[in-house]
Design a protein around this ligand. Structure first.
Ligand code: N01
Length: 500
């Protein structure tokens, strides 16, 4: 087994058949890489009606990405025309749309189609969909995302509400929210963006907070025309700006999440100073979290706190007791009359590929492998499931950094294996149980120092037993660990062998 080869592969073998499950950021990136390698024998399966994943499904007002946009794109497809540092949701979706056209992604995709099962049949995969069709593949790439399946809160009476109610990721554009009485439940990144977008034009706006969040102050800015022209003329500039943002945000943020040190202290200080800008002492106390910054995913932005000086905007931090036809009743017995309730209540982040079933070696089922908690081998593979590679799967680095960089590392890992297969270097490979256990032991050992464990909060990073299901080291470590294959960690079937 080798590392990346720039030499065109020996094409004595037919190109591998590759199923990509999911046409969001990582699935589209994988498809582009395959096209660029001259492999057209792939197919994408996507439950949504188009490409883009998160950026297709989420269309709520104020949707944007709080990661610097030069880092929030594929390094192999830089866009010189980004209009601002924190790009809006629609602009990011247009980026995917342009790439889909350029690389003919849609013609290789089935939309509105969910894979229900993939079965290993000894030397290939059979992928079955909810549309009743099935097809054979040599590789399965799981690109199913993490912030996908919406979480609806279990609030009594929610279904009795007579106004409009929907989840932030299922925005109902038939509802005109201007001038309405709006309640937003949830104070994560989505809750903050919704508040900024909706509060100024609402007749009444209430933000329902169960747990206060830390907000890192950050001001967005637009790129002037000459910057776009410079990037168009010299695309290499993108690399330098990307590296600069890496130094300012990705690296310090990453370090702050995994160990105590100046980066953690600096981020905490910035959040505290931001909080201190709330003049009203009582309101400041109500917005003060009881855990360390970064324990829940940091919210990034500015201009949020001052909205609560407006007469039409209220923070409701008394628990929700029930929902009635006219609005929300809090535990103090007050009925808050509302026209619209938005559930900014997040996602079920522990599902990953599920409810799809994978059936691997000796009938091993993914539902069995993950019955107590999700795990992987180095974030890219699963023991007992040959020729399956996971992108943005369990134990990927999910802190406040760009998932593009993470996906690119994983895509490169999968592409290198596919090129080796094409050169006839192996038939199938899956990580050994021992190597997977060793990796997971190292993950568990590294966890206590991370902010997700030591920070004293509940977050969507945690699995059912309270252990984070994410990467506990830096993004650079992730890249290093996936640059090569430790062949002793893998069961590798070569032609005419039965494993080694
Ligand atoms: O969801 P969340 P999100 N009653 O899970 C509350 C990414 N993202 O959609 O903290 C009352 O963070 C819950 O309360 P608590 C980003 O990675 C990125 O905002 O559990 N409240 C919490 O306040 C982010 O982390 C961007 O006590 C209830 C909120 O709902 C991830 O998406 C923008 C409740 C859920 O917060 C998810 O963010 C937007 C209940 N029954 C999102 N149930 C960028 O800009 C839940 N809550 C990149």
């Amino acid at each position: 087994m080798g590392t990346t080869s720039a030499v065109p592969p020996n094409t004595t073998r037919p190109a591998p058949r590759v199923a990509i499950i999911g046409a969001g950021m990582s699935g589209v990136g994988m498809a582009i890489r395959l096209r660029q390698a001259g492999i057209d024998s792939f197919h994408l399966y996507e439950r949504n009606a188009d490409v883009g994943g998160t950026w297709f499904a989420n269309t709520y007002p104020g949707l944007a990405c709080d990661v610097p946009v030069r880092n929030y794109q594929y390094t192999f497809a830089p866009n010189p025309d980004w209009t601002s540092l924190h790009a809006s949701g629609p602009e990011i979706w247009r980026y995917f749309d342009d790439l889909a056209k350029q690389y003919r992604i849609r013609e290789a995709a089935s939309f509105g189609t969910e894979v229900t099962e993939a079965r290993w049949e000894g030397d290939h995969w059979v992928v079955v969909t909810d549309q009743g069709d099935q097809a054979e593949y040599d590789f399965v790439i799981s690109a199913t995302g993490v912030l996908v399946r919406t979480r609806t809160p279990d609030i009594p009476g929610l279904d009795t509400f007579e106004g409009e109610s929907f989840h932030s990721a299922e925005w109902n554009h038939d509802v005109d929210v201007t001038g309405k009485r709006i309640g937003v439940i949830g104070t994560g990144s989505t809750g903050l963006q919704l508040t900024k977008a909706l509060a100024p034009a609402a007749a009444k706006f209430e933000l329902y907070q169960r747990t206060p969040q830390w907000i890192l102050p950050w001001t967005n800015f637009s790129y002037p025309g000459f910057v776009k022209a410079l990037h168009r003329r010299w695309p290499g500039l993108f690399k330098w700006e990307g590296k600069a943002w890496d130094l300012v945000t990705v690296i310090p943020f990453g370090n702050a999440m995994i160990k105590a040190g100046w980066e953690r202290t600096m981020i905490a200080k910035a959040c505290e100073l931001h909080l201190a800008t709330i003049r009203d002492k009582k309101l400041r106390e109500r917005f003060t979290p009881g855990y360390q910054p970064g324990c829940k995913r940091l919210i990034v932005g500015s201009g949020f706190y001052r909205l609560f000086n407006r007469s039409n905007v209220d923070l409701v931090d008394i628990g929700i007791e029930r929902i009635e036809p006219n609005g929300i009743v809090t535990s103090d017995g007050v009925l808050h009359e509302l026209d619209v309730i938005v559930l900014a209540t997040g996602f079920d982040t522990q599902l990953y590929l599920r409810p799809m079933e994978l059936v691997g070696l000796d009938g091993l089922r993914l539902s069995k492998l993950w019955d107590s908690s999700v795990y992987s081998y180095r974030s890219v593979a699963l023991p007992g499931f040959p020729n399956v590679f996971t992108l943005i799967g369990p134990q990927s680095p999910f802190g406040n950094q760009s998932l593009f960089g993470v996906a690119e590392t994983q895509i490169a890992f999968a592409m290198n294996r596919i090129e080796e297969w094409r050169r006839g270097e192996f038939e199938s490979m899956s990580p050994t149980v021992e190597a997977t256990e060793r990796f997971n032991h190292d993950v568990r050992t590294a966890m206590p120092g991370t902010i997700w464990v030591s920070g004293g909060c509940e977050s969507w990073y945690l699995g059912p037993d309270g252990t984070p299901t994410i990467w506990p080291w830096t993004v650079a470590d992730h890249k290093t660990m996936l640059a090569t294959v430790d062949s002793g960690d893998w069961n590798i079937e070569r032609t005419g062998t039965s494993g080694c």
